[in-house]
Design a binder for this molecule. Sequence first.
Ligand code: GLU
Length: 441
Amino acid sequence: MTVTTRFAPSPTGYIHVGNLRTALFNHLIAKKAGGQFILRLDDTDPERSKQEYADAIQHDLEWLGLTWERLERQSDRLDRYAAAADELREKGRFYEAWETPTELDLKRKKQLNMGLPPVYDRAAVKLSDGERTALRAERGDGVWRFLLDQERIEWEDGILGPLSIDAGSVSDPVLIRADGQVLYTLASVVDDVDMGITHVVRGSDHVTNTATQIQIMAALGHGHPAFAHHSLLTGPQGEALSKRLGALSLRDLRAAGVEPMALLSLMARIGSSQPVVLASSIDELADGFDLSQFGSAPTKFDEDDLFPLTARVLHERPYEAMTEEIAALGVPEAIAPDFWEVARANITTKAELPDWWALFRDGGVALVEDEDREFVAEAFGLLPEPPYDGDTWSTWTNAVKEATGRKGKALFMPLRKAVTGRERGPEMADVMRLLQKKPTL
Ligand code: GLU
């Protein structure tokens, strides 16, 4: 059996780091096993699903290199869901119910007042044919609920270990709305069966869904895939991340200059007992991926961790991988490899490259303390016009030392600040070698 996994976002928004965890785990499981990874768009809600989001999700995954073997859309498969609904009806596992939300709410309140779990009371199952006809005439189509077998549903969860849920504590799930819209619970079951999904990894908010889906699969005559539920992400202090997830969308992280391998390396390891290691490829992440190393505790995510990793990705990146981007900055080909060599050691994200190039091209805006003004003016007088080379800095500073008597930090620091406009940066020998213009005050 080919290991087949899927990532099944609803195209109702941009995907964020929380979704990424699900996508990545499923991708890595398939990759490690030489299997198939399916991108499934759960777009049965025609009002909230947008093509713009479907496109953005694909773009985000492509940016990260999380490619898929197959793309499926639930909106193309409505006839399959209708057939499954018919089958459940024939098997006596599907019933129509007409309670309004207000009526259901009232029932729940009564149950809670009596200290009972707020589980749907199945009043609709007990209706006579006459009552059904009357309700349909009065209220139109009802919702369709799946009749759960009231037993314990058990499975071995790939992360949480042995799990069981008492179906008697769960309401019969609504699978089709009154307006005919098929809901995720049914659609997902039909897809997982039809597409031969062998492993489902998703967030622990889906544990109850898993219990009901196992029963629906069984009712349709099928076994179920292996399930694993990863913990949800929290902020660094353990605070809920749900409200901030919008700001942690992949597109925003990309815009902030986060590098794909930095993000993937972090997400593949946080929440597990394995340390975060910067990987150089998705294959490497897949080789080292082990679902059993993940724990059930909420996983702390700190976006600040992405930046040191991003810097490391860039520090290790060879010029050959940057040729086009550096040419696009306008760096002449002759010095482009040198420019990258120097710049990469001094940046956290690529967003800082244009500034470095501007500095080498035009010189920095001189930063000069009042007491250094004369000294710097004299020093600049001793600097010839470019082109400069690797010896320019030592030749120049020797000459300045001789002329002014300054040495050490008092000599070098004012010159660094005057040439680059900054207190820190690359070796000055490198700066001078790349400098295209004679600096001025
Ligand atoms: N569309 C569902 C979600 O985004 C998919 C859940 C699943 O993986 O089954 O929550």
